[in-house]
Ligand binder design. Structure first.
Ligand code: GUN
Ligand code: ZN
Length: 441
C-alpha cells in the first residue's frame, strides 16, 4: 500500500505523565507522521522526514492542525445511543424506566444493525477509533455490531450482556444460555480481523452467583477475551449488592470470587470503592473506566482518580453513552477536570490527553497495537482543527505553551474540532465531507 506523509503539529504519549511528565510525550510543532500499509512507519520533525520520504510518497499538508492518536473510549453502550438525555432519574430507576425498554428493541437484528452503523459514524465524528462496548442480552446485537465495525475496519471490543435476575422477563437469560450464547460469539468474533470479545455481565445485582461463575469459566476457557462490567457506581446499588451477597465483605468480592479480575478486566465507574477494593484492583492488574459525564448526569458521585493513582490502578476514560452526555472524549476530558476540581485536585492536560489515547490502550491491553505513533503500530489517528470555531482560534492564538493549548482545546473542544479521522491509514471521516466518506453497508 502507498506511503503517505501527513504534515502538521504532532503529539503522542510514550508513558503516563504522572510518572515523568517531561519524558512522557513527544511533540513536534512542525511534525510529520508517515504511514504505510495501515501502519505507522515514522514520526518526527517534518524536515528530515520530508527529506527521507518525499520522493516516494504522497504528502498531505494539514494547516492549523494537530495530529493525535485516535481516542479510546473504555466504556460505552451502543444500544443506549437513543436514550442520551433521559430526564430525572438516578441509576436504578433510570435502568428500569429508560434502559430496559430501549434494549428490548435489539431482539430485532435489523434495528441493531441500523443503530450500530449510526453509532460507529458518531464515534468517528468524535474521533473515537477504538471502544469497549456493551451490546444487549441478545446475541444478534453483538453480531450486528461486529458486522458494522468490520465494514469500517475498526478495532472494537464488545460483548453480549449477561443478566439472569432482577431484570424484566423479556431481558433475562440464564447462566446456561448466557454461557452458550457468549461462547458461540467468542468463537465467531474474538480475533476475527480487529474484533475482540468481552464477557459482559451487566453488574452484580443482575447476575446470580452462578452466572458470575459462568462468566469466570468463559474467561478461563478462552484466554485473551476481556471482562467488562459495572461496579460501585451509585450508593443504592452498593447497598443492594450488600443485601444480595450478605456473606461478602465488599462489592468487588462478588466478581473476585468468580475469577473475574485481571489485566483484561475493565470495571466501569468505581466511584465508591473502599481502600481494600482499590488494593485488590491493583494486585490483580484490573482496570477502572472513569466516566465523568455519566457520573455527573446520574448524580452517582465523583471518581477518585487520585486514589487510583495512589494504588497504581490503571484508568481509562469512558463516555458511558447513554448515561454519559457526549460521545466526545474532548468533552469527557473537560468534565473529568471539573470532577477532579471538586475533590481539590487539578488534572493536568498532559494527563488527560494521555488518558484519552495511550492510557486507554493500556486499559484495554492494546498498547502493543495502538495508542501512540511508535513505528509498527496501527495507523488510527486524528486531524484536529485548531481553528474549528472563532472562539477556539482566538483563544488558542493567546496560548504560550503546549500545556495551555491542550487545556484550552479540551475546555472549548468538541466534535467540531475533529476535522478528519483515519483508520489503518485510510480516511474514514472528514467533518466537511461527511457524505463522501460515510459507508453504506
Ligand atoms: N449499571 C448497570 N447497568 C448499567 C448501565 O447500563 N449504565 C450505567 N451507567 N450503569 C449501569
Ligand atoms: Zn455503563
Amino acid at each position: 500500500m502507498k506511503r503517505c506523509l501527513h504534515r502538521a503539529a504532532v503529539l503522542h504519549f510514550l508513558d503516563d505523565p504522572s510518572r515523568d511528565a517531561e519524558n512522557s510525550y513527544e511533540y513536534f510543532p512542525d511534525g510529520a507522521l508517515v504511514t504505510e500499509g495501515g501502519k505507522i512507519l515514522a514520526v518526527g520533525e517534518a524536515a528530515p522526514l520530508l527529506a527521507r520520504f518525499a520522493d516516494d510518497c504522497e504528502v498531505r499538508e494539514h494547516p492549523h492542525a494537530l495530529l493525535l492518536p485516535g481516542f479510546i473510549d473504555t466504556h460505552i453502550h451502543y444500544p443506549q445511543m437513543d436514550i442520551v438525555g433521559a430526564h430525572g432519574e438516578q441509576l436504578l430507576q433510570w435502568l428500569d424506566r429508560y434502559v430496559f425498554p430501549t434494549e428490548a428493541k435489539f431482539a430485532d437484528k435489523s434495528h441493531a444493525k441500523q443503530v450500530a452503523q449510526r453509532f460507529l459514524q458518531e464515534l468517528l465524528r468524535n474521533g473515537t477509533t477504538t471502544a469497549l462496548v456493551f451490546g444487549t442480552i441478545h446475541p444478534e446485537s453483538v453480531d450486528a455490531f461486529f458486522e458494522a465495525a468490520e465494514a469500517f475496519d475498526l478495532r472494537m471490543i464488545a460483548g453480549k450482556v449477561m443478566m439472569d435476575r432482577n431484570a424484566p422477563d423479556y431481558l433475562r437469560d440464564t447462566a446456561q444460555s448466557s454461557y452458550e450464547d457468549s461462547k458461540a460469539l467468542i468463537e465467531r468474533w474474538h480475533g476475527r480481523g480487529r474484533a475482540r470479545y468481552a464477557v459482559t455481565p451487566r453488574f452484580a445485582p443482575t447476575s446470580s452467583a452462578e452466572q458470575l461463575d459462568t462468566a469466570g469459566r468463559l474467561l478461563q476457557e478462552h484466554p485473551g477475551v476481556y471482562l467488562h462490567t459495572h461496579m460501585s457506581e451509585n450508593l443504592n446499588e452498593v447497598a443492594w449488592v450488600e443485601e444480595l451477597f450478605p456473606h461478602l465483605d465488599h462489592y468487588l468480592h462478588s466478581y473476585d470470587d468468580a475469577g473475574l479480575l485481571g489485566r483484561r478486566s475493565v470495571f466501569a465507574h468505581c466511584v465508591h470503592l473502599s481502600d481494600d477494593e482499590w488494593r485488590r484492583m491493583a494486585a490483580t492488574e484490573s482496570n477502572a473506566a472513569f466516566c465523568p459525564t455519566s457520573n455527573l448526569f446520574l448524580g452517582s458521585g465523583l471518581f477518585p482518580l487520585h486514589k487510583a493513582e495512589h494504588y497504581g490502578v490503571n484508568v481509562g476514560l469512558g463516555t458511558d453513552i447513554g448515561a454519559g452526555t457526549s460521545f466526545s472524549l474532548l468533552e469527557t476530558i473537560d468534565e473529568a477536570y471539573k470532577v477532579q476540581q471538586l475533590q481539590g485536585h487539578s488534572l493536568t492536560p498532559l494527563k488527560s490527553f494521555y488518558l484519552a489515547t495511550l492510557g486507554g490502550a493500556r486499559t484495554l491491553d492494546l498498547e502493543a497495537e495502538l495508542g501512540n505513533f511508535q513505528a509498527g503500530k496501527e495507523a488510527d489517528f486524528l486531524v484536529l482543527d485548531l481553528a474549528a470555531t472563532p472562539l477556539l482560534e482566538r483563544r488558542l492564538s493567546l496560548c504560550q505553551s503546549l500545556f495551555e493549548t491542550l487545556f484550552v482545546l479540551s475546555t472549548l473542544g468538541d466534535d467540531r474540532v475533529i476535522r478528519e479521522t483515519w483508520i489503518l491509514g485510510q480516511q474514514r471521516h472528514h467533518r466537511d465531507r461527511v457524505a463522501d466518506t460515510s459507508l453504506s453497508l
